[in-house]
Design a protein around this ligand. Structure first.
Ligand code: PGA
Length: 247
């Protein structure tokens, strides 16, 4: 982890506690900054966090009416209501269960005929919102950050990408062997956020978490760039933290 920077490492006992810690952190940020701009992840990792945030909203302890939301990435060409669509995921698991206002939600369109323009507009909307306050991100088994696969430039911006066969085979919406395209915030876009929260849980993530956090900063492990971020909070469970040196 970087020196001279605001870096925190929170390690929860298990996956349930991990989701709760993440939700409490995001909840605290929203309570202190009701108009904050969030970049939000999808995938398995944050599911429990969203459930806890919804529960906090239902208890009346959290108000999302001023919060602005951007998504990190989306498959390109996926049918709009497909279960693997990240927009569908975010709407069903989170956005429609809390009082985020529709006009404050900015999701990359999987169906656009102009993917390059769609990515440019995502960047413009982020700029118009005053930049991202907090980017909440996961990490892929190959170290990818959003859909920035190994080899992605650290100064990359939101753009169309083609996913590696390894990554494409995990996502399960296209036929095996066919190209899998996506739109993703760039590493540069994520790194420009004022704060980054990295979440990872489970033993299967232990090796890549250790490489990303205590290995060389290299484009071969895109998430390793987070070591250079001035304000990073890493939330892990014990299983995912197990191989980090010096713990
Ligand atoms: P996961 O995906 O949460 O489903 O493990 C994380 C990622 O690929 O960024």
């Amino acid at each position: 982890m970087g020196k001279g920077r605001k870096h925190w490492l929170l390690i929860a006992d298990d996956e349930e506690a991990f989701s709760e810690v993440a939700a409490r952190l995001i909840g605290t940020i929203i309570s202190r900054h009701p108009h904050c701009v969030l970049a939000l992840p999808t995938g398995r990792t944050p599911m429990g966090m969203y459930d806890h945030l919804v529960a906090m909203y239902r208890r009346g302890s959290l108000d999302f009416s001023g919060v602005r939301v951007f998504n990190l990435d989306e498959f390109y060409g996926i049918p709009r209501r497909h279960a693997s669509s990240y927009a569908t995921y975010l709407r069903q698991r989170f956005l429609t269960r809390v009082n985020v206002r529709g006009e404050n939600v900015h999701l990359l369109s999987a169906q656009t005929k102009d993917p390059v323009g769609e990515c440019r507009r995502h960047e413009e909307r982020i700029r118009d919102a005053g930049g991202i306050d907090v980017a909440v991100v996961g990490i892929g088994h190959n170290g990818h950050l959003a859909f920035n696969e190994p080899g992605s430039r650290f100064d990359s911006r939101t753009r169309p990408v083609q996913l590696s066969p390894e990554c494409a085979s995990q996502v399960g919406w296209n036929q095996p062997g066919t190209p899998c395209n996506a739109l993703t915030m760039g590493i540069g876009t994520i790194i420009d956020s004022r704060q980054v929260v990295l979440m990872a849980s489970g033993a299967r993530k232990a090796e890549i978490v250790a490489r990303a956090l205590s290995g060389e900063v290299t484009a071969a492990v895109p998430a390793s760039v987070l070591q250079r971020h001035p304000h990073l909070t890493v939330i892990l469970d014990q299983a995912a933290a197990r191989l980090i040196k010096g713990l």
